[in-house]
Design a protein around this ligand. Sequence first.
Ligand SMILES: [Zn+2]
Length: 603
Amino acid sequence: MEEYIVSARKYRPSAFDTVVGQESLTTTLKNAIAAGKLAHAYLFCGPRGVGKTTCARIFAKTINCLNPSETGEACDECESCKAFNEQRSLNIHELDAASNNSVEEIRALIEKVRIPPQVGKYKVFIIDEVHMLSSAAFNAFLKTLEEPPSYVIFILATTEKHKILPTILSRCQVYDFNRMSIQSIVNHLQFVAEKEGYSFEPEALNIIAQKADGGMRDALSIFDQTVSFTEGNLTYQKVIETLNVLDYEYYFRLVDHFLKNEPAQCMLTFNEILERGFEGSHFITGLASHLRDLLVSKDAVTLPLLEVSNNVRARYQEQAQRCQSKFLYKAIKLCSDCDLNYRTSKNKRLLVEITLIQLSQLTLEDDTVSSGRSPEKTLKPLFTQPTEVAQKTTPVNQSAPKIQTEKVASNVQDRTSTYQTRQSPLPQKQEEEKSKPKIKMGVFGTSIRKKEKTEEQVVTNTTNTIISAQNSVPTNNNQEYEDYPVTEDNICFYWHEFINLMPQEETAMAQRMKVTRPKLLKDENFEVVVDNEQVKIYMEQMKRRIETHMRKQLHNRRITMNIRVADAKETTRIYSKPQQYQAMCKENPALLKLQDIFKLELK
Ligand SMILES: [Zn+2]
C-alpha cells in the first residue's frame, strides 16, 4: 500500500511564493533577505496553523541558500537547499517550548549556539510556543538573545503575544501573522483537491474552510478526513452531513418567514432542525451569523466581509435587498440575547421559539411605527393561518398510546425508552419530554462517575442495576474485583463523552464517531466498525487515547478496542430513526413483541 501522507505535510509550502494567505508578510521577509538586512531575532505571532513555523523554515533555508534569486527566494538546488529539503541540514534547530521548557533544554540550546555553522552562513534556532518557557529558562535565554554570535538567528513563534515579556519583545523584529481568509483557504483546498483528483463543489470547500476558523492546518486535516468519509467526492450535502453543519437553506427559509410574519412556519422549521439532531444553541448562533451576512451584503462597502462562495453570494444579496437594515439590526440583537440567555434558561426550546416569534413580528412593528397615523395600533394576530397549522398538528396528536408506551418501555430498557421518547412528536406538553433522554443520560452518567467520590458500594449497585436492566448478565456482587464490569451502555456513554472532548481539528472524525455505535464483543473487548481502510487508519491513531479514556472512566484496565472495516453489505452507521429501531430490534427481538402487544406504530 502506498504510504499515506496527510495533506498538511504533503502540501507544506517550500518557498515564500507558495505560502498561502500571508502575502504582505512574506514579501517583507523576501525584501529583507534580498537587501541583506537581517535582524538577529524575529518574533512570529499569530493563531495556530497559519504558517508561522513554515515561514520560519523557509526563512532558514533561504538565508542559507548559496545562490538565492534576486527576489529573495531559495534556489532549491544548491547543497544547502537540498539538505534543508531533505531535513538533514545542521543549520536549523527547532525547539518546541510547549514540551521542552526547562532550563536544561535552553542550556543545551545555548551550547549549540556557540558552534559556528559548517556549511552555509547562518544557524537558525526556531523556538515554537516561546511563551511556554519557564521563567528560569527565559532568564537563561535572555543573555544569549541579547548578544548572539553573528551567525545565529533566532525565530521565536507564539500564539499568545501578550504573554511575551517586554524584554524579549524589544529585542525582536515582530511579525504578526493573520488569521487566513476563508477565500484563501478555499483556494488552497481547491488546489489540493485538483492535484489529488477529487471532485468537489465550491460550497463544500467553503464549509470546510469555515469550520477550520482561519487555520490552514486545521482546514487541511478536516479536508483529509472529509475526503476519506466521502470517498473523494466532496459535495455540499455530504460535507455538511459529515461535519454536522446546519444547511444554510434553513436560514434562508426562516428569514423569508420572518419577513412574511409567519411565526408558525418558523416554529415548524425549528422543530425540523431539532429533529435532525441539531442543538438549539448551535441553531441560534448560525441564525445570527446568517443575519450578519445579510447585513454585510446590503452594502457594497461591507460586501468583502461576506465569506461565502460565489454561487451563494447572489442569494445573500437577493435576500438582503428585501430586508431593511433596521430589521436586521433588531434581529441580530434578538438572536444575540437569546444566545446569551441560552445556557441559563430552563426551557431552552421555548426560549428559542419565543425569539423566533419575536423575529417574525419585527416587520409588523415596523408597519405600525411607519404608518403612525393609523388609528388602530393593535398587533396583527400571531398565527395568521390557524386552521392550516391545526390540521398539520392534529394527526400527530392522535397517537394516544404513546405515553403509555413510554412508561412500559422505560421499564424494559433504558435505550428503548430513550428511543420512544425521541420518537414521540412534540406538540404542547410533550415538549418537555424532549429533553428527557439527555437528562436520563446525565443521571446515568453521574451515577457512574460518582464512583470516584462516593462509596464503592453505590457504584456496584448502580452498575448492577444497569446490568440487570439489561437482563443479560447475572449480577456479580463480588467487590474484590479491582476492575469493574463493563456494559455496552457504559462503553457508549463514555464513547460520546470522549467525542465531546475531541479538539477542533478532529471535527470530522468526531462527527463520524457520533454516528458509530461501539459494540461490546466479549468481556472487556469492544468493537468499532468503520467504512473503509482510511477511516480505520484514523481510528488506529486514536485507539490508545480512546482505550485510556475508557479504562480510566470505567475503572477497568483490561478494556480493549477492536477496529474492523465493514463487510460489503454491512452498514456502519445508524442513519435514521427507523433504521435505529430496526437495529435495536435485531439486538432484542422482545421489542417487536412489545410493539405488537401495544399496537405501536413507528412515526
Ligand atoms: Zn539554494
